[in-house]
Design a protein around this ligand. Structure first.
Ligand code: F0G
Length: 451
């Protein structure tokens, strides 16, 4: 099989271009919509480039025991389904992917189902799901000879991009909303050597600004408007299918921000089905924060015909996005898989995050919307007791330690936000206690603890 087999197809008007012909902002010159990577060779049944499902399943499993760098990546392990490079030797990898799938027994019991799992993408090298997309798109940037890469970010994309750029020896430019990203993420961008610009704008404003910049300088844009990002981010779908022995779960629940991730996972499962690796699609549901819910509104108010941007507010800063770029792609994924799009309150997010913490896993606030959303899906009976559900946890708990500490100290939420959830929150809070340096004081603390 040759390595580079792809072309780009416009999601809006369907026009096709070669990968190298894309404009710097990755918008279609005809209609302004975004592109998707497609692989024409796969459509010819029996053709030389159409992958063989049985052989692939065997090969991908074998690679898990390989000591070769590319095989040890949970993205490039599946490289037959991402032939986007002239040479895979150009791939820049930090051994991303191959993330754990954890059972969540307590949350499952509370939901009234048995099979609840967390696919923890926060266990990637830079601590978020972005790494799977970054290894793909940054490798393309390197292969095409760019010296600078850039992104606008609520924090995780910038951390990931800066790490991969540093590994590849490229320069990176980050635009972030001033004061609106978690410290852990900002510290990563600095540590990995990015030129980090704190901009007096929200995420949507940063992305608009960057779009102008990349048209004026030879800088490669690495936001999820870049279709190669989504190629990497589709691979967790392969890992999930593989973990269930190629029987997909009934539900996959994803947080929604700029909506690249839900689009990518949908594409991943769709390709598995088209190639005959799985027989059906999981229902993919997207969960947003109530204060940053433009897709929820669009689907509710006009069945996804138009999206009215909102001014976004949520403490889950990763998904504080009011004008998501990939909304059309995500809307299609929800529709074609029979999933739903819901929003959850600040209190529901905080409670769900503490519950995931109490299972010994932890995650970012933005990731916890998945558990909060599952409760609503279960209450509507959209999730049935016998269903298998996978929550995609997108970021590591240490990314936003301030949020967690504020929750446990009881200073995170206002009384208005807590409304009716006070007891639940109190039961989950585990504030640190100050004790004297004596055994008696520690024993007294033990006695007073909630266990
Ligand atoms: N969860 C986390 C932890 C994120 O960082 C993001 C997005 C999302 C969920 C939403 O994913 O945008 O693909 O719908 N973070 C971006 C960033 C926007 O800049 O780090 P999405």
């Amino acid at each position: 099989m040759s390595e580079n087999l792809h072309q780009l197809r416009c999601f809006g008007c369907g026009s096709r271009i070669a990968g190298a012909e894309a404009q710097p902002d990755f918008r279609c010159a005809q209609c302004g919509d975004l592109f998707e990577v497609e692989y024409p060779g796969w459509n010819q049944r029996g053709g030389p480039d159409r992958p063989n499902p049985g052989a692939l399943k065997w090969l991908w499993r074998e690679r898990r025991c390989s000591s070769e760098g590319l095989d040890q990546s949970g993205v490039w392990r599946f490289r037959e389904l991402l032939p986007i490079l002239e040479s895979f030797g150009n791939a820049v990898s930090l051994r991303e992917g191959n993330t754990p799938l954890y059972h969540l027994p307590r949350a499952a019991k509370a939901l009234g189902i048995d099979q609840l799992f967390a696919k923890h993408q926060g266990m990637n090298p830079s601590g978020s799901f972005k790494d799977t997309g970054m290894t793909a798109a940054l490798s393309v940037a390197r292969e095409r000879g760019f010296e600078w890469v850039a992104c606008a970010s609520t924090g995780n994309t910038s951390a990931s991009m800066a790490a991969y750029a540093a590994r590849a020896g490229l320069n990176s430019l980050v635009l972030i909303p001033d004061g609106k990203i978690a410290w852990g993420k900002l510290s990563q961008a600095m540590d990995y050597g990015a030129l980090t610009c704190q901009v007096k704008a929200d995420f949507d404003g940063c992305l608009r600004l960057l779009t102008q910049v990349v048209k004026q300088a030879p800088i490669y844009l690495l936001n999820s408007v870049n279709p190669y990002r989504l190629e990497g981010q589709k691979t967790p779908a392969f890992e999930i299918a593989e973990a269930f022995d190629w029987n997909v779960p009934d539900h996959v629940i994803v947080p929604g921000g700029n909506l690249g991730n839900s689009s990518a996972l949908g594409k991943g499962f769709r390709e598995l089905r088209e190639l005959g690796l799985v027989a059906r699609l999981p229902k993919i549901s997207v969960i947003q924060a109530v204060g940053a819910n433009p897709l929820v509104r669009s689907l509710r108010d006009n069945h996804g015909a138009v999206l009215e941007p909102v001014e976004a507010h949520t403490r889950a800063t990763a998904i504080r996005i009011g004008n998501p770029a990939s909304w059309r792609k995500a809307a299609r994924v929800i529709e074609e898989t029979g999933g739903q799009c819901l929003d959850v309150t600040e209190a529901e997010i905080a409670i769900a995050k503490a519950e995931i913490g109490a299972e010994g896993l932890g995650c970012e606030p933005a990731s916890a919307v998945t558990l909060a959303g599952s409760k609503k899906l279960r209450a509507r009976d959209a999730i049935r007791p016998a269903d298998t559900v996978v929550l995609v946890l997108t970021g590591h708990t240490l990314k936003d330690a301030d949020y967690t500490i504020d929750f446990h100290r009881g200073t995170l939420l206002t009384d208005e936000e807590k409304q009716g959830t006070g007891k639940e929150i109190e039961a989950l809070r585990r504030n640190a206690v100050n004790v004297e340096a004596t055994p008696e004081a520690v024993l007294a603390a033990l006695k007073g603890s909630k266990g």
